[in-house]
Ligand binder design. Structure first.
Ligand SMILES: [Zn+2]
Length: 388
């Protein structure tokens, strides 16, 4: 209830949610306490799935019949950092202006969670025949980390949904496929020497640069061979995302490390990229390096993957989402979500949520008020469906 004794509006709830700085490296227990308390006030019991260090938690709640089946609404409570971004106003204080709500996480994706919470009194008032579950997770922004232990509990300690709607910002369009990021870390170890005596050393940065150039060639080949016109861009992108190396301006660098990722299409085997880079390292770099320094080495380690997603054609979830949005066409996106993880666990998923991904992760992130209104209508129709 708000100060006037009325149910809280989505905007009031969004203001509360934005006020918690849930940047992924911080604890999210404050926002989880708030949501749990809100649900409790509306007669909804929620269950936590706590991280091993106890610093973070997911929250799972079931409205309607307390059994398996039904639809889960999935969202993450964490946000990306604001470091280095220039904001017009405090990112953790919701600001309304010109039909928009500004604040970190408004689009990605506290707007969706606020709408779901605001719909709770409506869901509770109805006589739901089919359960509606809430699945709120943490550490999505660092690779869908927190949702995985919660998914592992489905069908064990938590009732498993028959379908999942992931509320990432899609401007309330129905998304039935997305790319998946697969990431690697590469360590190049050379040999240090005085930079005036270059032939005695093995320059780790030079060899890292060769590997980076090979990745550029691999991407050029992917552009030609792995294409799917439903995606934008219509091929898997392959990018070096971080690089560090060297010690001082007069030392041949002994170390260079870099990270790269591919945004894989559902039809791409990312293992092929790693094998090609490994082969290049083994044939085009290491023989030369080891001729001077036998200890020289190149290690390639896969660090994190989120599976690419293609909706299960046989499931009803795409049809349901189209019906609830009053649309007749599905779309794809290039960002990743937990949809594939739910689907792999036997809970077919689709992505549909308020806000535009173009505003996610930016300075002065915002969501249009009209998007929240559309989402509330969607949730109200979901209530109709679950009641029927
Ligand atoms: Zn997100």
């Amino acid at each position: 209830m708000n100060a006037n004794g009325q149910n809280q509006t989505p905007a009031e709830l969004l203001a509360h949610l934005v006020a918690f700085d849930t940047t992924s490296h911080r604890s999210n227990l404050g926002i989880i306490d708030f949501i749990e308390d809100f649900l409790f006030q509306h007669g909804v019991a929620a269950r936590r799935v706590v991280s091993t260090d106890g610093e973070k938690s997911s929250l799972y709640a079931t409205l309607g019949p307390a059994d398996e089946g039904g639809v889960a609404l999935s969202g993450h409570t964490d946000v990306v950092p604001v470091d280095g971004q220039i904001w017009t106003s405090d990112p953790f204080t919701l600001r309304a202006a010109d039909g928009r709500y500004y604040g970190r996480g408004t689009a990605d994706m506290k707007g969706f969670i606020a709408a779901v919470l605001a719909a709770t009194p409506d869901f509770k008032r109805r006589k739901l025949k089919t359960p509606i579950h809430y699945a709120f997770s943490y550490d999505e922004e660092i690779g869908c980390v927190g949702v995985r232990p919660m998914i592992a509990e489905l069908g064990k300690n938590l009732p498993k949904p028959r379908m999942v709607i992931v509320g990432e910002p899609t401007s309330m369009q129905v998304i039935d496929a997305h790319k998946g990021p697969v990431r690697w870390n590469v360590e190049v170890k050379g040999r240090a020497a005085h930079s005036s005596m270059a032939p005695l050393g093995v320059n780790a940065i030079t060899y890292a640069a060769r590997l980076v150039a090979e990745l550029e060639r691999i991407e050029a080949d992917l552009k030609k061979t792995v294409r799917n016109a439903r995606f934008d861009p219509p091929y898997p992108t392959l990018q070096v995302t971080k690089l560090a190396g060297g010690t001082a301006s007069n030392i041949i660098p002994i170390n260079c490390t870099f990270g790269f990722e591919v945004r894989a299409l559902p039809e791409l085997d990312p293992g092929n990229i790693e094998r090609r880079l490994r082969h290049f390292a083994d044939t085009q770099c290491l023989p030369e390096m080891r001729a001077i320094a036998p200890e020289a080495d190149i290690t390639i380690t896969r660090t994190n993957s989120v599976p690419p997603f293609g909706a299960d054609r046989a499931s009803d979830v795409v049809a349901l989402a189209l019906k609830l949005t009053r649309q007749n066409e599905t779309h794809t996106v290039s960002f990743a979500t937990e949809a594939g993880l739910f689907q792999d666990a036997g809970a077919p998923a689709v992505i549909c949520g308020p806000g535009d991904i173009a505003q996610a992760h930016t300075a002065d992130e915002w969501i249009a008020e009209s998007e929240i209104v559309k989402c509330m209508r969607f949730l109200s129709r979901l209530g109709d469906w679950a009641e029927a």
